[in-house]
Write a protein that binds this ligand. Structure first.
Ligand code: ADE
Length: 216
């Protein structure tokens, strides 16, 4: 998956399905073991491996993708009621404190040296929320690339054991293989809240998205 490609999201008649690619480690979807990306074509996958998805909500033209589409389908098919959307909107609009303004990246000296160089550690704030079903939402603060300031990145971590086909656990991924996963209502709500607290501009985007959902 290149930067411009998005995860396919659809309604299969009964539930929302996200089709997550397993074999594009340079894209926004990667498989990790103990926090490190693994080559899925060469590694037998285990139940505890996680798919890390830097989930987007709109494309360059402003059209809904990924979370934007998931929220739309959720509203359309009653996974989220109008009241759920209004409750989310209330949370998002009340938010006035943001990760990229509250936290900073720290550089700390250690006592250690390596061939005359002093070892330092750079610490990035990482906010995590575990959702009962085994998925986790993370917000990580990084320096902006080719710019000044911080960027709060939102990631969704999905245990591979929650994906289909279930036989993916215990074997290597096939060429261009994708697995299917269905987000719970709690996941949707937590993601919308994560963007709302990540930065002011993500909060504003979520608010627009939720307002459009109410009308649509
Ligand atoms: N912009 C769109 N999706 C994002 C994400 N997951 N993290 C940070 N910024 C984003």
């Amino acid at each position: 998956m290149s930067k411009r490609e998005f995860v396919e999201v659809l309604w299969d008649g009964e539930r929302i399905v996200c089709r997550l690619p397993l074999t594009s480690p340079t894209g926004r979807v990667r498989v990790k073991r103990n926090g490190h990306p693994i080559p899925t074509r060469q590694t037998e996958l285990r139940a505890e491996d996680v798919i890390e998805w830097q989930i987007a909500y709109r494309d360059e033209e402003g059209c809904p993708v990924e979370l934007g589409l998931i929220l739309r389908l959720a509203k359309e098919h009653g996974v989220l009621s109008l009241n759920d959307v209004i409750a989310l909107e209330d949370f998002v609009s009340a938010q006035s404190s943001f990760c990229d303004e509250q936290f900073t990246i720290a550089t700390e000296a250690s006592g250690q040296e390596f061939f005359g160089f002093k070892l330092h550690w750079r610490k990035h704030p990482l906010l995590r929320r575990e959702i009962g079903d085994g998925t986790v939402v993370e917000i990580e603060l990084r320096h902006r690339q080719r710019a000044v300031g911080f960027q709060a990145m939102v990631f969704l971590l999905i245990p591979i054991s929650q994906c289909e086909p279930v036989d993916i656990v215990g074997r290597k991924a096939k060429p261009k293989e994708k697995v299917a996963w269905t987000p719970s209502r709690k996941v949707l709500e937590t993601l919308a809240k994560a963007f709302a607290i990540a930065s002011r501009s993500h909060r504003d985007d979520m608010l627009k998205l939720l307002k459009a959902l109410k009308e649509g």
